[in-house]
Ligand binder design. Structure first.
Ligand SMILES: [Zn+2]
Length: 110
């Protein structure tokens, strides 16, 4: 059976429910996440939330700590605000060495 898929992976997740909390947006478009929600979801100051939309709904998701390239969890390396796992960093290193031709050291200084 054909099935439409989306990026939100709603399968297996409980149906969306209202928290009953209503917040006003301030003049700069900001809202305050209720502390109870922050506590339940383990959201702390400085954490990043990814904003997505689904139909007419705005969805906030705590940004997963995943490798920028392969999606592996808990990447070890932090490079220019991107998280990269050791495997990808290593592969990237090999790639760069193959693609960048360094000046031939034997001809330098002759
Ligand atoms: Zn990776």
């Amino acid at each position: 059976m054909a099935r439409l898929s989306n990026n939100y992976q709603t399968e297996g997740k409980p149906p969306m429910k209202s928290t009953g909390v209503v917040r006003k947006i301030d003049e700069l478009g900001r809202i305050v996440l209720p502390s109870e929600l922050r506590r339940v979801f383990g959201i702390h100051e400085g954490d990043e939330l990814e904003i997505s939309v689904s139909g007419d709904q705005v969805i906030l998701q705590k940004r997963q700590d995943l490798c920028t390239f392969c999606g592996a969890e808990n990447p070890e390396i932090d490079y220019k605000d991107r998280r990269v796992c050791a495997n990808c960093a290593s592969e990237l290193g090999k790639q760069v060495r193959l693609e960048v031709k360094l000046p031939d050291e034997t001809t330098v200084g002759r």
